[in-house]
Design a protein around this ligand. Structure first.
Ligand SMILES: *Cc1c(COP(=O)(O)O)cnc(C)c1O
Length: 458
């Protein structure tokens, strides 16, 4: 048992007594020697005992330039000397205006309107409502399109609308009765394929299903929602090249909107500013959150085309307004941080760093492909998922109660590295601006921790 100084022991007791942690089995948590983070320095977190940990998951996929970045700190301080928050309901604010222009310039062509909120889930919720209402108000006659198409194992957030378009049974099944009906297309990934199929024939079938579902329901579908290139929460599932483009082509052909959920993949994670760029795709709606403020403050944005926006224009009494808003929509401190973060992307050429470090990661992790307990190493840019299995033949998983992914987290923590797995998929998500030597350390610690955690007998 770790012995903590009295002040820290007190804090730990208060945490156990009063905090309900997100996505956390609380019974197991209470027995754990969890670190309490007090400060940070660059890419390291510092706990109450002064122990330093490399932030290997970008503080859950949102940190971009490191922590305590002078330029972002200063932008927030400067804004604090003006005002922390004012409402966008009936008033405008300078940081939200400046950021909107920056986002429109940065995102794929056609996305000219910015609607703010404060988390990935709200950004997606807003896109769903906009898409639904758009078809009822659009020029050339309203249509009652009431179906959304989602991809298998999708994750778009934890509010009920976003859970409805989600597909991760462990998280979503219990809420089934509360959700609206959707259509599902298979996730185009082929680690485990049904009997009688190989990888290629399975991926071809996924494409055929996509086309079939869209064509058969074409006049009832409001929108297709996708995580472009990489399905994050499903275990860093990387889509084959061309899939996103095909979704765009099929949807465009049938007057169906495409919602790109770039909450995880946006802001450099996949090697380009936005994942859609890699397939030359312009979606109708784009959801941004996580990395938008460099990982500093809760902020999200839903970007829409002029065509969508214009369908909401009418004299006020016609009630075509988008009746949606959150109290902290467009918070000034968060918008100021976001503008500073975008400036840093350019000043520090962060995308070039992503190219460099993602190549280094691929090389460092290559030996894992022969590891007896590694089913697959998946990577796109600085999003990496290493799937652990008991038996590589047939990709038989470890028993869930072994908590193998969690054992890797504990082993990494001993080595001064913070990881957070998705089940038995070990996730590495270095900040896009992380320097090479720290990325090296992250990969070494991950490999050693995987060896430790898979060697242990149950
Ligand atoms: C994290 C995530 C969300 C939800 O974002 P929150 O800020 O946690 O609500 C939505 N979509 C994707 C793809 C995500 O990775």
């Amino acid at each position: 048992m770790t012995v903590f100084p009295p002040e820290v022991a007190h804090l730990r007791r208060l945490d156990r007594d009063h905090l309900w942690h997100p996505f956390t089995p609380m019974q197991a948590w209470r027995d754990e020697a969890f670190p309490i983070i007090r400060a940070a320095d660059g890419f390291e977190l510092i706990d109450t005992e002064g122990k330093r940990y490399l932030d290997g998951i970008s503080s859950l996929w949102c940190n971009v330039h490191g922590h305590r970045v002078p330029e972002i700190d200063r932008a927030i301080e400067n804004q604090l000397h003006q005002v922390a928050h004012t409402t966008l309901l009936g008033l405008a604010s300078e940081p939200s205006i400046r950021l909107a222009k920056r986002l429109v310039d940065l995102t794929p062509a056609g996305l000219n309107k910015v609607f703010y909120s404060d988390s990935g889930a709200t950004a997606v919720e807003i896109a769903l409502k906009m898409a639904f209402q758009f078809h009822r108000q659009k020029p050339g006659g309203p249509e009652k399109r009431d179906l959304f198409v989602r991809v298998g194992n999708a994750y778009h957030g934890d509010t009920l609308g976003t859970v409805s378009v989600g597909g991760i049974d462990l998280f979503h099944a219990v809420y089934g009765d509360l959700l609206f009906h959707t259509l599902q297309v298979p996730s185009p990934v082929a680690l485990r394929v049904p009997e009688g199929r190989d990888r290629d024939s399975y991926l071809k079938w996924c494409d055929a299903e996509l086309e079939r579902v869209i064509v058969e329901n074409a006049d009832r579908i409001a929108a297709v929602i996708v995580e472009p290139l990489v399905q994050g929460a499903a275990g860093i599932l990387v889509h084959p090249a061309g899939y996103l483009k095909r979704v765009r082509d099929f949807t465009a052909r049938h007057g169906i909107l495409l919602i790109a959920d770039e909450v995880a993949v946006g802001f450099g994670r996949t090697g380009t500013m936005f994942a859609c760029e890699q397939e030359g795709v312009s979606p109708d709606l784009m959801c941004l959150a996580k990395g938008i403020t460099g990982g500093y403050l809760p902020l999200a944005a839903t970007l829409a085309t002029d065509v969508i926006y214009d369908a909401f224009l009418a004299p006020p009494h016609e009630a075509k307004t988008f009746f949606h808003g959150h109290t902290y929509t467009g918070n000034s401190l968060a918008c100021a941080a976001a503008v500073a973060s975008i400036d840093l992307f350019q000043r520090n050429d962060v995308l070039a760093n992503v190219q460099r470090i993602s190549k280094c990661i691929a090389e460092k992790l290559a030996p894992l492909r022969d590891h007896p307990h590694v089913a697959e190493v998946r990577q796109k840019g600085v999003m990496i998922g290493i799937e652990l299995v008991r038996d590589r033949d047939g990709f038989i998983p470890f028993p869930a109660e072994r908590r193998t992914g969690h054992l890797v987290t504990l082993a990494a923590r001993e080595r001064g590295v913070i990881l957070r797995p998705l089940g038995d998929v070990v996730v590495l998500m270095p900040a896009p601006a992380m320097p090479m030597e720290l990325v090296d350390r992250l990969c070494d610690a991950a490999i050693e921790s995987i060896n430790d955690a898979t060697r242990l007998s149950l």
